[in-house]
Design a protein around this ligand. Structure first.
Ligand code: AMP
Length: 981
């Protein structure tokens, strides 16, 4: 046997073989001849057929090969059988053969039949059969031919011709099998035999683990469920298919890393410190946003630093934020009783965009800072809270009032940190407001060419009405041309009008604050040119005229007869009563006259004429607020059908009353019901048909003026006090215009509402004085509030509007002294005596000189010298219009405890020099009176002119009077003791 050439080519071949020893990962070897270090121990049959040969590769690693080349002999049948190969889980196996084969043509002198193929067989068995080998048991797999064969010259050129053939076998069902190589006369070297099966190898796909999987033998795929890697969860069940070729196909579904974990190197790993992951998903962990931290691994969120917060709904990726700083640069622009507040965006928005602003309104009083939240009437435009712009308009504030507005910037985390909230504040004082609308206009007289009208002052004048603008035009002209008149008073006559023409008219009031809004349009008609009577009506008209003439004649006749025979008898006709109660007052056109309910024979008739009967079911009583002469006074609510509920005061008549008491009780309603004025308490109605009998009036939140002032001692500005006084004077003017004499005008009988509007109340007749605890019996038997009553009324019951003016002077004093008791603790007798002798109350502390002068004027002994209420209103208006006139006070020292001024000796305007004046007041201890100024003796003082007096600050009547009062006080102290009465 010529082995030399074969061995030679085998050596060359090994180089190539070692290059292919790395197998694909999806192939699992069952047999690899090359891996065997020792003898393979395969069975060769016959034994001189296949021959096992040892060699080395280029690394000198030994390998085992088989060869056969019996080409010189005939009928070759050489078998080589492998050892038993267990199939494991494989069903389908692959056989890879690497071999070389000699080209028959290249062999000279071939004796037998030279072949260029060999056969591959297999045999399945459940167990190793050892050396037992029977050819016929084997099944042929294939005939293996060389793709490349080699020749002798090839060997000389050292060209390698290695063949690799792979055959599939299967399905194998038994536990193992043998392979056999049958040579039938070829020259072949079997370099390596590898038997393997294919699998789908372990794989992590979409964070799901798929195990090693052996495919099926058939064409079908194996469906494999994956399991999620650690720290992840299925989003959709992960699945893949293992193909027969050991390949993973069609991945479906996936797993997602849990919160706090991110995907790294096909696994889910915890977020590093300083990072977080709030949602599951295959996103990377995020860095903690500003002002937050995460110290732990695997954080699902970052915690906020101190004083930083996260609002509900803030995403974890958002920076932690804090409440904004206060808004800056608050600017207020006051327009009458509204104010526009403007501010700038806070310097620090806290890191958020959802900044809004809230404005809180507080009403404040001077002195020790006292504020309370503004009431509901104040309007914010567009609103008070949740403002997105840096401006708001606050309307419907009270005039001349101090307010503080707190503006807070808020953002989404403000509510989490109340302690860090900041606001900016601004304090303002409102101005005067324009007057409200004129609502009541009356036609007093019409002629062919003129119309006389009068109207009521607007309910809220908000200052002194300078004049009224009356605009009118012909209705059919549609305002294309119109006429404007101005009127100082509340009446006007429009003249030069066309006869029988309809005119439209509007009135608006003007104050220093400007025009109020115009009234609604009122329609008036002038009289026709003449009566034109159509023929068919003439007879009827004639009869009507004759009847009217007859009635007038009859009435005149009756009046004369009755007047003669029943001169003083009471009449029931209101018009006649007007004559009776005219009281010598000048009536204004269009203003009604007061009717004394006592002139009614049946007083309940008067009640029903002037007061509305209310159904008790419309009244809800809340609480008792005071005690009246006839029963309790309660606060409550009145809801009339289809009207808004209002707060009311309810006076009740206690049970067990006499008929006279009932009459007297209701007489107040009969009187009140006749009045309609913003400074007179308004009657809502009466309940007489059920019990308890009630009088229902508007509710005055601040109760009676005297106690109100005592409660708020020194808390109002002079303008506010004068405003209140003006209201009272205006109400009294209305009463006196109507011919009503109050008789008991005193601060305790004035009520104050929440807007500081004062209204005159407590009306009655004889009972007024019965019910007043201040009223005392006079020597003549009547009961009179001595300290408030004019001397002539005390002396001989001469009650007139002029005596009301005296009382008004006392009210003026009460107001300016914040509810001090007139004449303090002096007895009534002493008061009567002192006043009679010409002494008057001194100016209250810090009282403007002009107001004290007004008091003194009201206390003129001769009632004809006292001002009328109309004049008082006008004086007060002038003072309000010129507030600097109120700065000059009537005294500079503290309130005198028990001093009275002698009016007769204090009119210093009549003195040429100070010497004259001092002489007149019999000044004695001047030193003390003028201590602190540069006057040291009476002599120097006496030589001082009025001009000099001015230099030390005593410039006007009031303070000089105060000086006088001090001097007089000292004098009286020296002479007679403290009180000169
Ligand atoms: P009079 O019977 O008017 O003297 O009332 C007694 C007290 O009841 C008064 O001093 C007030 O405190 C209170 N009062 C009377 N009328 C009203 C009202 N309209 N609103 C509020 N309080 C009132």
């Amino acid at each position: 046997m010529d082995c030399k050439p074969l061995t030679f080519f085998l050596f060359l071949f090994f180089i190539s073989l070692t290059e292919s020893t790395i197998y694909p990962s999806n192939e699992v070897n069952l047999l690899d001849s090359k891996a065997s270090q020792g003898e393979l121990g395969w069975i060769s049959s016959p034994s001189h057929g296949w021959e096992e040969i040892s060699g080395v590769d280029e690394h000198y690693t030994p390998i085992r090969t088989f060869q056969v080349c019996n080409i010189m002999e005939y009928s070759q049948n050489n078998w080589l059988r492998t050892n038993w190969i267990p199939r494991k889980s494989a069903q389908k196996i692959y056989v890879e053969l690497k071999f070389t084969l000699r080209d028959c043509n290249s062999i000279p002198l071939v004796l037998g039949t030279c072949k260029e193929t060999f056969n591959l067989h297999y045999l399945e068995t459940d167990e190793d059969q050892g050396a037992k080998f029977r050819e016929h048991q084997f099944s042929k797999i294939d005939t293996i031919a060389a793709d490349e064969s080699f020749t002798q010259s090839d060997l000389g050129d050292r060209i390698l011709k290695l063949n690799t053939e792979v055959r599939e076998v299967g399905p194998i069902t038994k536990k193992g099998f043998y392979l056999a190589f049958q040579d039938v006369g070829a020259c072949v070297a079997l370099v390596s035999v590898r038997v393997y099966f294919k699998k789908c190898p372990f794989m992590v796909k979409n964070l799901a683990m798929f195990p090693d999987t052996v495919p099926m033998d058939s064409q079908s795929l194996v469906e494999v469920r994956g399991s999620c890697v650690n720290n992840s969860k299925e989003e959709e069940p992960p699945k893949m298919y293992c193909s027969t070729e050991g390949e993973w196909l069609v991945p479906i579904g996936k797993c997602l890393c849990n919160i706090g974990y991110e995907e790294r190197e096909v696994s889910c790993q915890a977020c590093r410190p300083g990072f977080y992951k709030a949602s599951s998903g295959n996103l990377a962990c995020s860095k903690c946003p500003p002002h937050s931290y995460a110290h732990q691994e695997g954080s699902v969120h970052c915690d906020c630093e101190k004083n930083y917060f996260r609002a509900e709904g803030d995403p974890a990726s958002m920076a932690c934020t804090r409440p904004p700083s206060a808004p800056g640069n608050v600017i207020s622009v006051i327009n009458e009783t509204s104010v526009i507040l403007d501010w700038s965006w806070p310097a620090d928005t806290g890191g958020r965009k959802d900044v809004t602003f809230n404005v809180v309104c507080k009403r404040c009083w001077p002195g020790p800072r006292q504020c309370e939240p503004c009431r509901g009437a104040v309007r914010f435009l567009p609103r008070a809270s949740g403002l997105t712009n840096t401006t708001v308009t606050v309307a419907d504030l009270l005039a001349h009032t101090n307010y503080t507005f707190e503006i807070e910037a808020q953002n989404g985390v403000s509510s989490l940190a109340p302690a860090l909230r900041q606001f900016a504040a601004v304090t303002i004082t409102t101005n005067q407001a324009a007057p409200s609308q004129v609502t009541v206009i009356r036609k007093d007289r019409t002629s062919r060419n003129s119309i006389s009208l009068s109207w009521l002052e607007p309910e809220r004048p908000n200052g002194i009405i300078l004049d009224y603008e009356v605009k009118y035009y012909e209705k059919q002209e549609q305002e294309t041309s119109y006429t404007i008149l101005r009127s100082k008073g509340t009446n006007v006559t429009l003249s030069g009008l066309k006869p029988d023409t309809t005119y439209l008219l509007q009135i608006r009031a003007r104050t220093a604050a400007g025009y109020g809004s115009s009234s609604r349009k009122f329609e008036f008609e002038t009289s026709p040119d003449s009566f034109s009577i159509s023929s068919e009506n003439s007879q009827v008209v004639l009869i009507a005229i004759s009847s009217a003439v007859a009635i007038i004649l009859l009435t005149v006749l009756l009046y004369v007869v009755i007047g003669r025979f029943c001169g003083s008898s009471k009449s029931k006709h209101p018009d006649e009563k007007r004559l009776h109660f005219g009281n010598g007052h000048l009536r204004l056109p269009g203003i009604r006259t007061y009717v004394d309910p006592h002139t009614y024979e049946d007083p309940s008739q008067a009640v029903h004429e002037f007061a509305k009967e209310l159904d008790a079911s419309c009244i809800a009583i809340d609480k008792v607020v005071g005690a009246g002469e006839f029963g309790e006074v309660c606060s409550g609510r009145l809801r009339l059908p289809s009207k808004k509920e209002i707060c009311v005061a309810i006076k009740t008549l206690k049970t067990g009353y006499t008929e006279k008491q009932r009459r007297d009780f209701l007489s107040e309603a009969s009187i009140m019901g006749q009045f309609d004025h913003p400074n007179i308490i308004r009657l809502e109605g009466v309940v007489t048909r059920s019990k308890p009998v009630m009088i229902v009036t508007e509710y005055m939140e601040n109760g009676s003026l005297d106690s109100f002032l005592r409660k708020h001692d020194a808390q109002f500005t002079v303008i506010q006090l004068v405003g209140m006084l003006r209201g009272i004077a205006s109400g009294m003017k209305y009463l006196s215009d109507m011919g009503y004499v109050h008789r008991d005008l005193a601060a305790r009988n004035i009520l104050v509402n929440s807007n500081l509007v004062c209204k005159v109340s407590d009306f009655g007749l004889s009972r007024v004085l019965e019910d007043d605890p201040e009223a005392a019996y006079t020597t003549r038997g009547g009961k009179i509030p001595i300290r408030w009553t004019a001397p002539e009324a005390i002396a001989y019951r001469k009650f007139t509007s002029a005596s009301d003016v005296w009382s008004y002077g006392i009210v003026l004093w009460e107001v300016m002294s914040y509810g001090e008791r007139p004449y303090w603790e002096m007895s009534n007798q002493d008061v009567i005596k002192a006043v009679d002798e010409g002494y008057r109350l001194p100016p209250p502390m810090d009282c403007p000189a002009a107001l004290y002068q007004l008091m003194l004027d009201c206390w003129q002994k001769d009632r004809n010298n006292r001002p009328k209420f109309e004049q008082i209103v006008s004086i007060l208006d002038k003072l309000i219009r010129n507030p600097s006139s109120l700065k000059i006070t009537a005294n500079t020292t503290s309130r005198p405890a028990n001093l009275l001024l002698d009016r007769n000796s204090t009119d210093i305007t009549s003195f040429r020099t100070m010497g004259d004046w001092l002489e007149s007041v019999r000044t004695l201890p001047c030193k003390e009176a003028f201590s602190g100024v540069s006057y040291s003796s009476c002599d120097t003082l006496a030589k001082t002119s009025a001009e000099d007096f001015k230099k030390i600050g005593v410039t006007i009547v009031g303070p000089q009077k105060k000086v006088v009062s001090s001097i007089k006080a000292l004098e009286t102290h020296t002479k007679d003791g403290p009180v000169p009465v």
